[in-house]
Design a binder for this molecule. Structure first.
Ligand SMILES: *[C@@H]1O[C@H](CO)[C@@H](O)[C@H](O)[C@H]1NC(C)=O
Length: 155
C-alpha cells in the first residue's frame, strides 16, 4: 500500500513537472503604494517559460492595479535587465497621467482598481536576448506604486 502510494506520487510529480516547471509568474518586485492584481501581455502566456517578444511587432500590455493611497503623479519606468545591468526601455509617454491611451483618470483614488494599457514597439534593431523585464510605476517621490518583474526573450 505504501509502495503503491509512493509510485503514484512519483508519477504524479514526474507528469506534473513538465508544465509548471516551465511556467513563469509576474513577480512583485517591491510595490509599496499599491499592488497589481492582473497583468496581461499579448502573445505571452504564463504557462510558457518566458514572455516572448517578437521584433518588428507591437506588444500590448495591460495591468490592473489598486493603489493604497491617492496618487496624482505616475511615471512608468521599464528596464530590461541583462545579467545584472538594467537597460532603460524608452517609452513614448512615461507620464502615465498624461497618456490618453493609458486609460487612467488621475488622480487615482485609494483602494479603487485601475486598468492601465500600453503598447510597446519591439523594434527590429533590438538585440535577440533573454532578459528580465522590470516594469515600475513610481510617484513624484520615487516611491513604487507597482513593480512587476518577469522573464522574457526577444526573438
Ligand atoms: C505598431 O504601432 C505603430 C504606432 O502606432 C504603428 O505605426 C505600426 O504600424 C505598428 N506596427 C505593427 C507591426 O503593427
Amino acid at each position: 500500500m505504501v509502495r503503491m502510494a509512493i509510485v503514484v506520487f512519483t508519477l504524479f510529480y514526474a507528469l506534473c513537472c513538465f508544465a509548471p516547471c516551465l511556467a513563469f509568474e509576474f513577480d512583485d518586485c517591491g510595490s509599496t503604494l499599491g499592488k497589481f492584481t492582473e497583468v496581461v501581455i499579448s502573445e505571452c502566456s504564463t504557462s510558457d517559460e518566458k514572455c516572448n517578444f517578437v521584433r518588428g511587432t507591437n506588444a500590448t500590455m495591460s495591468i490592473n492595479f489598486k493603489p493604497n493611497k491617492d496618487i496624482s503623479h505616475i511615471v512608468a519606468r521599464v528596464y530590461g535587465i541583462l545579467n545584472i545591468l538594467p537597460v532603460p526601455f524608452p517609452l513614448s509617454q512615461p507620464d502615465v497621467c498624461k497618456d490618453p491611451n493609458a486609460g487612467l483618470k488621475c488622480p487615482l483614488h485609494k483602494d479603487q482598481e485601475y486598468h492601465y494599457m500600453t503598447m510597446m514597439s519591439i523594434k527590429k534593431n533590438f538585440p535577440s536576448v533573454n532578459v528580465k523585464i522590470k516594469w515600475e510605476f513610481v510617484n513624484e517621490n520615487n516611491e513604487k506604486i507597482v513593480c512587476i518583474e518577469f522573464p522574457a526573450k526577444v526573438t
